[in-house]
Structure formats: structure tokens, C-alpha cells
Ligand binder design. Structure first.
Ligand SMILES: [Fe+2]
Length: 277
């Protein structure tokens, strides 16, 4: 196992971290299908991502409330003292102030389904389907469940997953990725993406295998992309506002969402497979 430094830029600011793993260049193939892919009908197909309206009226508040309820429950399950009345998501790191406690919480919040939310996820399935011009579903056939992940990212921590493409995992090959800001999301914390990177062929990508990258003692399901033939990754934060969502191709390189603020950042990730291709 080699220890490598993953150095990249986010909005022109350098960021680096250590990764342990076995790295290699990929095969001469492009996993992103040029035609008929889930973003083939939108004007931002070449960029690989778009920021879209996601919520109407009080919908966002309802979802945020439900995310808060889930996090509160996870904190309480871990026997961490919290006042349910005054708890603010942005202050999570002050309540859950050990790595051990945090790992206990995210063990629950990383693996939720539609039933855990007091919010109609099908509304979003319908809405994003209309934007993309393809019928979507929240049911992931290969996993035999729906999938919702709450991401909790503490200030100045390594609560990040490595730069990666979700599409390397077979069950995320034909989905739309959805990233929704919930709390503490801004230009210093929001999810970075590498514009146009879904078009990069695999033999121009230097990465680990899936489940082959360890950062700060955590091994991730997704591989770590260290660099491309053109050099280190150059990423940007599209920074969707409250009520909006960042939606993107499963082959777009994203991750390394370092939190450069003094508040906890909370977001949710949804993945909606296509019903028919
Ligand atoms: Fe991802």
C-alpha cells in the first residue's frame, strides 16, 4: 500500500490530504456513454452538472426538519447528550465532539431510506425526471431499496470522501446524482465537482479500486482519483442555494468537500435510477 498526497484545487485554492491505497491508470475506455445517457437532453450535458430548482413553498423546510429529526435520533441512539429543543444543525460539532461519537452517528445517517423521512421523495423523482426528460425512480433494483444519505461534515475535518465517480459502482451506473444543501452550505463548504470530467477516458485517470482508498483511517466504498493525465484536479463549488439542488452525471468527478467554515455542514445525497434507457 502506498501513501500518496492527493493535491487539488477548489475554486483556485489548493487543498491536499494523504490517501493510502494502490493506485493505477485505467483501461482505454470511456464509461460515460456519449448518447442516450441520463443528462443527454439538458443544455449542460458537456459540463456534467446543473443547479436546478428543487423545492416549492414550504417543502424545503419540511425536508430540513426531517433531516434534523434523523440526526437528533442518531445522536440519541449513541447516548450523546443533546437538547432536542435548541439543537441547531450548524452546531452539531459542539454536541458531537468526539470522532467516536461522530462515527456512531454517521453509521446511522449514511444508510437511510425513503421511510426514514417525513417528506415525499417522489416529488423530487418527478421534478428531476421532467428536467432531464427521462423517467426516474427512487428504487435501486440491485440494492433492493431506496437510498438516502445524510452527509455531516464538521469544520476543518477530514469528513470528506475522496474525488471519485459514483458510476464505478455498478448500481450507480445509470442514475442521476442529487446533492441538496440543508444547513451550513456555502462557498466555503459546498460539494466540489470537476466540470466536464465525465468525458475523461479511464486510461487518463489515476485511481485506486473501489473500497481501496483510506483517508484518516476511514476506508471508502468509492475509489480515490488522485490525478488525471492533465495533472491535479481542478474543481469548483457550484454552491446551490437553499431550495436548489446540484444534479450531475454519475461519471462526473466530485468529492473532497473540505469544510472551510466554522459551522457543521449538512447535506443530503439522493440517487435516482432511470426507469428505462
Ligand atoms: Fe459520490
Amino acid at each position: 500500500m502506498a501513501v500518496e498526497t492527493c493535491a487539488l484545487k477548489i475554486d483556485n485554492e489548493p487543498f491536499e490530504f494523504e490517501v493510502t491505497g494502490q493506485f493505477s491508470w485505467g483501461k482505454p475506455e470511456n464509461l460515460f456513454k456519449a448518447e442516450g445517457n441520463v443528462i443527454s437532453k439538458v443544455p449542460w450535458a458537456k459540463l456534467g452538472f446543473g443547479v436546478v430548482e428543487a423545492f416549492k413553498g414550504k417543502e424545503f423546510d419540511a425536508l430540513k426538519q426531517s433531516v434534523r429529526d434523523n440526526i437528533l435520533r442518531a445522536i440519541q441512539v449513541n447516548n450523546i447528550t443533546v437538547d432536542p429543543e435548541s439543537f441547531q444543525l450548524e452546531d452539531y460539532h459542539k454536541i458531537v465532539n468526539t470522532d467516536e461519537g461522530h462515527l456512531g452517528v454517521i453509521d446511522i445517517t449514511r444508510n437511510l431510506t425513503n421511510e426514514d423521512f417525513d417528506f415525499d421523495i417522489e416529488l423530487l423523482v418527478q421534478r428531476f425526471g421532467e428536467i432531464l426528460g427521462y423517467q426516474l425512480t427512487s428504487w435501486v433494483e440491485e440494492l433492493q431499496k431506496t437510498h438516502i444519505q445524510i452527509r455531516i461534515n464538521r469544520p476543518s475535518s477530514l469528513d470528506i470522501n475522496p474525488p471519485h465517480k459514483d458510476g464505478y459502482l455498478s448500481y450507480w451506473e445509470d442514475i442521476i446524482n442529487v446533492w441538496i444543501p440543508i444547513a451550513g452550505c456555502n462557498e466555503h463548504t459546498s460539494l466540489p465537482v470537476a466540470p466536464g470530467s465525465h468525458l475523461i477516458a479511464e486510461d487518463e485517470i489515476y485511481r485506486t479500486e473501489s473500497k481501496g482508498a483510506t483517508i484518516n483511517g476511514n476506508t471508502y466504498y468509492v475509489p480515490c482519483i488522485l490525478k488525471t493525465k492533465s495533472g491535479n484536479l481542478d474543481m469548483i463549488r457550484p454552491n446551490p442555494k437553499e431550495g436548489e439542488a446540484l444534479i450531475f452525471s454519475p461519471f462526473l468527478i466530485h468529492g473532497a468537500a473540505v469544510n472551510r467554515s466554522d459551522q457543521t455542514r449538512v447535506s443530503i445525497e439522493l440517487r435516482f435510477p432511470r426507469l428505462t434507457s
